[in-house]
Design a protein around this ligand. Structure first.
Ligand SMILES: [Zn+2]
Length: 484
């Protein structure tokens, strides 16, 4: 391999490559590339750790995995695949969480260098602190959208992963997302929530239906909102919109009942894209328009019908009909419908093939998931007269890989409270740097990670180490964050 070919590296570097022991944390998108590059460069003493198993949606980029590996341990299959092109390497695979107490300071001290290939902040913070404690160099890497980052962290020489406060999760009031979007990002967040409502882990906080508990409507006569609720029993499409969203106090209590219904509704209509479209971009918009007060100082949304858009398609040139739509081209409405149909069919097929109770996990690198979100975000943007975005832009907006996520809170007042409390916490977080334990920063990070699907998945198999972090979060949430 490269290091053994004389002339490529000076002898001293060749020797240190040969004698180095490397820990690779994570065997996903970055981990697969890393492992391949390491063995091909001549690093032959490697341990790799990952608690995940291989999912079908990983196969497009995690090239050490193939169809027959689905369901198996990532670290173990990565090891087997790397050994195939470098049989002389000594690779130890751990199918486990790096945050397990089994991997203490003495474990880290076995290594010459630690390389992070992680997708969530909680684990990054943990490895950062462990490397500081063990005095081992850490190479930290990540990706956000299409961009990759890499940093060397060396105790006493560089800043650590947590020296600079990370951007907090982007937070939006729930009613902006559900009722009155004004920026492309609001539509993207809504579309991602829709994806989760339909195919993912349906989170009641991510409901996509119009919200008649919008604080802007509070001044409106009580009778008005009651009559809207009353009329909800008249049409099926409106049922999932209005049930449980009614009066303010009932919204939280009834939330779960009402909010599972977007998926139930879609299932009862067999994920028919045209019916889904009519509910989301026509019926729900008509319902929103009935809340007059929202539109007194705003541009009103325009309900769309499938037929009207399809009629436009006939007027368009036929260059889009090959089904190949480039990432950086803005899709026309007919193209959005075409993508919506294909992506809905693919996602629902995959979702329905899962055992009951299981769900798809959001993945920005999965073609159908990203297609679905881009199409829905753009159709919604069109409805509200908001500039549309290319698939490329939508993907860049999605900075899931560093663990930061979108959060939706009840209203603007709460958003301000959260922002105020976050800025008040910054000095404490900086002071607590380097100490493992229960600093405020930890709580913040865990909060940001909570909404990441991959973090949720992790939690189930890593309950021990999550417990202490989880408790303070619940308290905080009770104190100042009420999610609708
Ligand atoms: Zn630091």
């Amino acid at each position: 391999m490269a290091a053994h070919v004389s002339g490529i590296f000076p002898t001293s570097i060749q020797n240190s490559i040969k004698s180095s022991k490397v820990l690779v944390v994570g065997a996903g998108g970055i981990g697969c590339e890393l492992l391949k590059n390491l063995v091909l460069s001549g690093f032959h003493d490697i341990e790799v750790i990952d608690l995940d198993t291989i999912d079908v949606s990983n196969l497009n980029r995690q090239f050490l995995f193939h169809k027959q590996h689905v369901g198996r341990s990532k670290s173990q299959v990565a090891r087997e695949s790397a050994l195939q092109f470098c049989p002389q390497a000594n690779i130890v695979a751990h199918h486990d969480s790096i945050m397990s107490p089994d991997y203490g300071v003495t474990f880290y001290q076995k290594f010459s260098v630690v390389m992070n290939a992680l997708d969530n902040r909680a684990a990054r913070n943990h490895v950062n602190r462990m490397c500081l404690a063990a005095d081992i160099t850490l190479i930290e890497s990540g990706s956000a959208g299409y961009l990759g980052q890499v940093t060397v962290i060396r105790k006493g020489s560089t800043e650590c992963y947590e020296c600079q406060p990370k951007a907090a999760a982007k937070t939006f009031p729930g009613c902006t997302i559900r009722n009155t979007p004004s920026e492309p990002i609001h539509c993207i967040v809504w579309a991602k929530h829709l994806f989760n409502q339909l195919f993912g882990e349906g989170d009641p906080d991510e409901d996509v239906s119009p919200d008649s508990a919008d604080p802007e409507l509070r001044d409106q006569t009580q009778g008005d909102s009651t009559s809207q609720n009353g009329s909800s029993s008249q049409s099926t499409a409106k049922d999932s919109t209005t049930n449980g969203n009614g009066s303010l106090p009932a919204a939280n209590a009834a939330g779960n009942v009402e909010r599972t219904s977007t998926r139930t509704w879609a299932q009862s209509h067999n994920y028919d894209p045209q019916k889904l479209f009519s509910k989301l971009f026509h019926d729900d918009i008509v319902y929103l328009l009935s809340m007059d007060k929202l539109w007194s100082k705003r541009r009103k949304p325009t309900p769309l019908t499938w037929e009207t858009i399809m009629a436009q398609q006939n007027e368009e040139s036929e260059d889009s009909s090959d089904g190949v739509i480039k990432d950086q081209v803005l899709w026309t409405l007919p193209q959005c419908l075409q993508v919506l149909s294909t992506a809905t069919a693919e996602c629902s097929k995959r979702f329905q093939a899962l055992p009951s109770g299981d769900h798809l996990v959001w993945d920005k690198d999965d073609q159908s998931s990203m297609d679905f979100v881009t199409a829905c975000a753009n159709i919604r943007a069109h409805v509200f007269g908001i500039p549309q975005k290319t698939r490329f832009d939508v993907k860049c907006h999605d900075s899931l890989d560093d663990g930061s996520e979108f959060r939706v809170v009840a209203d603007a007042e709460q958003l301000k409270k959260i922002q105020d409390s976050a800025s008040a916490e910054t000095p404490a977080a900086t002071a607590a740097d380097g100490q493992a334990g229960d600093s405020d920063e930890d709580i913040q990070m865990v909060e940001a990670d909570e909404s990441s699907p991959s973090a949720k998945k992790r939690k189930t198999s890593n309950q021990d180490s999550d417990q202490p972090l989880k408790k303070p979060r619940t308290q905080r949430e009770d104190d100042d964050v009420v999610l609708l």
